[in-house]
Design a protein around this ligand. Structure first.
Ligand code: UDX
Length: 474
């Protein structure tokens, strides 16, 4: 009789082609690889190119012999900017061009070894449809915030009750159709696409399908932990009972695998590490780190309001100003004003892209002015850094409400962009109310760390996920 161990399961991971989701799923890919599973990480050609160019993905993952990076077309021309204001175009191209290629890859042996299970971003409805069509187990992973997921699960109810859509009026009235959030969720905190005044808004249509998509899968992975969002997770479980709450994902890499700087393996841009040396020279907790993530664009006026507020606050700051920060217009529109570069030198430092997780973990950093993207939020929570939130789109409006009102981890500046307010909030966070925010941030950071250490809720859920995937090859 042959007693050979069965071959390890082969899982195909398919992230949404944006920095945040790729970063997040790459961490899961590493954790599954370290557990001995075969992992195929499927990205678009565009993203593969950027990863190979700017991140040490190849050297980092060479320690996992069963990991492979595979790519597929996203259907867009190479010079397409792929920024936040073009998201619908990206979704349309994925649906029309990528879907058939993905089906073909799965059905005609396009991967080196047959796939036992797919983990796809839950908003990629076609990835779920194809898996169902060919009878392949599929687990959806929503890398976006669970508080947003619960709001979009409630979109049909919000529409039925007439609470959305609305225009920019009466923004402070409370929303009643999202169970668990009746006491604090205002119109202003709903995703910005709810403000369009139009129920056929493409984003409302896209996200309305959420409440049907994820429950069709074999499980739902969320990047969060019980102590942060337990009550909400109970609501989500009413629709998706097989829930794996395994966040903060980068925390597992630190605690399980002792990976020192996990995010660098997934960067789409060249990290400017000189900022770490600059931080080394600043007093403890004296620097405000400023970054609005990978997709958001801002206007020149907004840029100048932030800059004036930062300079007038008298605090030190490290600011990520991406080269495409001012959008994809002509060169003169995109140029960062010279006075800003010049006037920053005294107390500030500007980079195009930072090693964010290392920056947030640095002892000189005492606050984070953020767009409230979910990865940035969790990274800040894990390091115990209080936040000022300036949300731009999608989940960020809800996230910033939770940071300010529910978790008490900082200040929510949404819907304003004024130098006087920026200055005041920076002073409040870094000086006036510093002790209060530091205390709650430290408390939450402690809970986050416990969740990813042995016996913690996320640690256990990750183990359960690995076991469940293993059982799919039997
Ligand atoms: C997008 C959406 O904007 C966000 O709302 C959603 O939650 C996820 O998808 P993005 O703008 O990329 O996210 O923000 P975020 O989720 O915060 O992810 C950004 C990632 O880039 C983080 O992991 C962060 O560590 C990294 N980063 C950012 C860097 O490594 N360096 C930087 O200079 C800035």
């Amino acid at each position: 009789m042959d007693h050979q161990a069965p071959p390890p399961s082969h899982v195909l991971i398919f992230p949404l082609p944006f920095q945040g989701p790729v970063n997040c799923m790459l961490k899961l890919a590493e954790l599954l690889s370290a557990a001995g599973l075969h992992v195929t990480f499927l990205v678009t050609h565009h993203i593969r190119h950027r990863l190979l160019r700017h991140s040490p993905i190849q050297t980092h993952f060479s320690r996992y012999p069963h990991f492979q990076l595979v790519s597929i077309s996203d259907g867009l021309p190479e010079d397409h900017p792929r920024l936040g204001d073009q998201v619908m175009e990206i979704f349309d191209a994925l649906e029309s061009v990528t879907k058939p290629l993905y089906r073909q890859m799965l059905t005609s042996g396009g991967t080196q070894k047959p796939v036992n299970c797919i983990i796809a971003d839950g908003i990629l409805g076609f990835a779920i449809d194809v898996a169902k069509e060919i009878g392949m187990p599929i687990i959806s992973f929503r890398t976006i915030s669970p508080c947003f997921i619960w709001v979009v699960f409630c979109l049909p109810k919000l529409i039925e009750s007439g609470e959305i859509p609305f225009r920019d009026n009466d923004l402070d009235s409370l929303i009643t159709s999202v169970p668990g959030m009746e006491n604090f969720l205002r119109k202003r905190d709903l995703p910005s696409f709810c403000r369009s005044g139009n129920v056929t808004d493409p984003f409302i249509r896209l996200f309305s399908t959420e409440s049907q998509l994820s429950p069709r899968t074999d499980g739902l992975i969320l990047n969060t932990f019980e102590d942060l969002e337990g009550p909400l997770l109970s609501h989500i479980r009413t629709l998706c009972p097989n829930l794996y709450a395994i966040g903060p994902l980068h925390g597992h890499l630190k605690s399980r695998l002792a990976v020192a700087s996990p995010p660098s393996s997934g960067s789409f841009r060249q990290e400017d590490r000189t900022c770490l040396a600059w931080l080394d020279q600043q007093p403890p907790k004296s620097v405000l780190y400023v970054s609005f993530g990978s997709l958001a664009t801002i206007t020149k006026d907004q840029l100048m309001e932030f800059w004036s507020g930062l300079v007038n606050s008298g605090k030190r700051f490290l600011w990520v100003i991406r080269s495409d920060y001012l959008g994809s217009g002509g060169d003169s529109e995109r140029q960062i004003p010279a006075e800003l570069q010049e006037g920053t030198k005294e107390r500030g430092y500007i980079v195009d892209w930072a090693p964010q997780v290392e920056v947030l973990a640095h002892s000189s950093v005492g606050g984070f002015l953020t767009h409230s993207g979910w990865n940035s939020t969790l990274e800040s929570v894990f390091e115990g850094v209080p936040m000022i939130c300036w949300p731009c789109f999608v989940d960020q409006q809800v996230n910033s409400r939770f940071v300010g009102e529910v978790w008490g981890l900082g200040l929510d500046m949404k819907d304003t962009c004024d130098r006087v307010i920026v200055e005041k909030m920076v002073r409040d966070l870094m000086e006036e109310r510093r002790d209060e925010f530091e205390q709650s941030a430290n408390r939450m950071a402690d809970l986050a760390r416990r969740s990813v250490t042995e016996g913690g809720s996320s640690f256990q859920d990750l183990d359960r996920l690995i076991q469940d995937i293993r059982s799919m090859s039997l």
